[in-house]
Design a protein around this ligand. Sequence first.
Ligand SMILES: *[C@@H]1O[C@H](CO)[C@@H](O)[C@H](O)[C@H]1NC(C)=O
Ligand SMILES: *[C@@H]1O[C@H](CO)[C@@H](O)[C@H](O)[C@H]1NC(C)=O
Ligand SMILES: *[C@@H]1O[C@H](CO)[C@@H](O)[C@H](O)[C@H]1NC(C)=O
Ligand SMILES: *[C@@H]1O[C@H](CO)[C@@H](O)[C@H](O)[C@H]1NC(C)=O
Length: 419
Amino acid sequence: MAVRRPSYLAIAVISAIVLVSLYLVATRRDGTPIPSLGAGRVKALRPKLTDDIYNSTLGFEKIFVIGLPSRTDRRDGIVLEAALSNIDVEFIDGVQGKDVPDKAIPTGPGLERMPDPNVGSWRAHINAIQEVVRRNLSSALILEDDVDWDVRLRDQLYDFALSAHALTQPLANSTSSNSAPQYADTTFPDPRAGLPSIPDLAFDSLPATLAPTASPYGDQWTVLWLGHCGMRFPFPPSYHNDNNERAVPKGRVVRAADPTVPQQQHLWTISDPDDLKAQYANHTRVTHHMQDGVCSLAYAVTRKGARQLLLELGLKPLAAPFDIELRWFCEGGGGDAPRGGGGAGRHTCLTTQPSLFGIHLPAGPRKSSSDITDHGDGFQEKAVTRNVRYSVRMNADALMEGRRTDELVDQWPDANEVP
Ligand SMILES: *[C@@H]1O[C@H](CO)[C@@H](O)[C@H](O)[C@H]1NC(C)=O
Ligand SMILES: *[C@@H]1O[C@H](CO)[C@@H](O)[C@H](O)[C@H]1NC(C)=O
Ligand SMILES: *[C@@H]1O[C@H](CO)[C@@H](O)[C@H](O)[C@H]1NC(C)=O
Ligand SMILES: *[C@@H]1O[C@H](CO)[C@@H](O)[C@H](O)[C@H]1NC(C)=O
């Protein structure tokens, strides 16, 4: 009796059916991937060096994380987060203010010793900057240990870099050897030049600029203030006094419909007024020169910038908390307090709103949320990260299990917009 063997055709048909149904099962949840950036990038504006932003130090030479060794909980958190993001970090030990003797704090007439938490924070940041100088690093990103970021951080940084080029790299069509370079922002580098107000640069039609050679983020920056609790847009010229104190270049790169930016009811800032909310639609990101920044959650410095900061904020009289001195360093001159650090000169410091790095508040007693500021008594019911939608920390389980991107949690989902 002849056994009927299945024909090869039948096997092929059955395998195809099996494969197709497996595929359907795998995608049945029909989730759409989380919205990615990149669509608005102009292809021509992709300098090779800028691809280094996708490396393990985000296009900087090193990434330092500042934190007290005793806060092992925070080290655990940031080590895991960095691992899940394929980011390489090194710790710089935080300092308790009480361990810093008076003699070690540069002071001047009329200056009193600041409260211990501010002294400790200042010392820890200066230690990080000192390390950049000592190791002669070309650039470094310095993070506080309670920050969090979006799973799309590298794409966000890439877009930030393209925006930074538009603000500070010479226009590609302007450079002949015998004329001064021209910039898309006519108030850069001299904020007194240019018109009283200059038009926004749209992210999806940025002008062609010369490719940077020193850093993926451009060749002219000193500080990139990427994690903050609030910023203002550059003040209008009418604000500045005769010495042009606190005048910074006015250019803005505006990206509409950035899917990583939460709707405005979810945005958190301590700046008052909140310029971003007052002037732009939902999901808008604006990149500009630093003005009136608060909280040094995350900032990058160049080799030269670190040396200047060590001089101005390390060795000159300490007159204000570190973040305020960093603001003075960027804006130059002015300020209301007796001026110690900061120096008189202005420096090129770029930032973006909303902040790319957000403070992560874990669930638990609020007292543990900061060793500097008082978060009050009481209990943080639910962990949150301010301003970050697809937070790495809040999605740690899913990322570790290799779950699909559409299964990640959007912390700040959109309310339905009224059509
Ligand atoms: C990442 O890129 C930056 C900028 O080019 C470079 O300085 C740094 O060494 C790179 N990091 C790694 C780990 O390759
Ligand atoms: C620091 O780096 C610069 C640029 O690479 C180099 O010219 C200089 O010699 C270095 N200095 C030291 C002390 O290594
Ligand atoms: C150079 O490019 C800028 C921006 O694209 C444009 O506004 C300007 O007119 C150009 N200048 C010349 C000389 O072509
Ligand atoms: C942003 O979206 C929210 C929720 O739909 C809406 O209430 C608000 O008016 C929008 N804001 C702007 C500036 O359009």
